[in-house]
Write a protein that binds this ligand. Structure first.
Ligand code: SF4
Length: 298
């Protein structure tokens, strides 16, 4: 029975990998099928003897720190809509418990010693819209809140221009610790793929608690952290402006606000604004004629 199961599992994985190689990002599965799939998996979780199960993958295409590609069906890559959402106070309680775990995290080498504090996330657990950045910088490390430096102030302005308040959305990063910068007296560095893979589970839990209707990835590093191999080799120019998907949640990729601080051209500002107009439309937020016309050359 176990052999038959593993044969079927291998065939299923082969089929899914073929779909993935042809560009498919998800497969439609009914709740009844999902339920049926869980049963044989549960039965084979702890076999009395036989080959050890392969290590689970937490996200399709994700960089795994020093592990070969895993071969089990990744339950955590199922659409979030297949999981029972938390309600009201349950969400706040779960987020507080998660924040407490992150505060004491020492999974990465060096970062626990170099950080001032972890930078968990900010906003409401009831947000319909979630922004995801790459990692805290010096300002965020000092204040314990993501996106509080100049780039963060610009993000707040963008949110307000959309007709929302910063407190109505949720803002988090792939990494919860500032990447260390040994030998540098100032400046920040990008997180490494291994650091992102190590920390990503916390963000996945945050997203699972919030279950936002729409997510926005700010910059290339953030989308690489979220989608891994699915976006390998793609440029920001080819990624931004179109809807992608993260476990069933529509994902818009746009430039990091820091890019707009470096490049003040109306054209680039308009690109980001067009991405935000798409986000507003997806969330069915009202869009005024004035909002539609921002950053258009007269
Ligand atoms: S970056 Fe994330 S995983 Fe690494 S030590 Fe900080 S909280 Fe832990």
């Amino acid at each position: 029975m176990a052999n038959e199961f593993h044969t079927l599992l291998d065939a299923t994985i082969q089929h899914l990998e073929g779909l993935k190689a042809r560009g498919a990002r998800h497969v439609a599965v009914t709740p009844a099928t999902l339920q049926a799939l869980r049963k044989p998996l549960a039965k084979t979780q702890a076999p009395a003897a036989g080959p050890a199960p392969a290590a689970p993958v937490k996200a399709p295409g994700r960089v795994q720190a020093g592990t070969p590609a895993a071969r089990t069906l990744p339950s955590s890559s199922l659409p979030l809509s297949s999981k029972t959402p938390l309600q009201g106070a349950e969400k706040e309680k779960a987020m507080r418990a998660l924040a407490a775990r992150v505060t004491g995290c020492t999974k990465c080498p060096r970062l626990p010693e170099s950080r001032t504090q972890t930078v968990f996330g900010v906003g409401t657990v009831h947000a319909r819209l979630m922004f995801v950045g790459e990692a805290p910088g010096a300002d965020e490390d000092a204040q314990g809140e993501p996106f509080v430096g100049r780039a963060g102030q610009l993000l707040t302005k963008i949110i307000e221009t959309m007709g929302l308040q910063r407190g109505e959305v949720y803002i988090g990063n792939i990494l919860k610790c500032r990447p260390d910068t040994p030998g540098q007296s100032s400046g920040n560095r990008k997180p490494t793929p291994v650091e992102m893979a190590t920390c990503l589970g916390y963000l996945e839990e945050q997203i699972g608690i919030i279950q936002p209707q729409v997510m926005v990835a700010l910059g290339a590093t953030a989308v690489q952290g979220l989608l891994g191999q699915q976006v390998a080799g793609r440029t920001m120019g080819s990624l931004r402006g179109d809807w992608l998907e993260w476990r069933g949640i529509p994902l818009m990729v746009t430039y990091h606000p820091a890019y707009l601080l470096r490049n003040q051209s109306l054209t680039e500002k308009r690109k980001v604004w067009e991405d935000m107009l798409k986000v507003m439309a997806k969330l069915e937020l009202p869009i005024s004629a004035k909002q539609r016309g921002f950053f258009l050359k007269k």
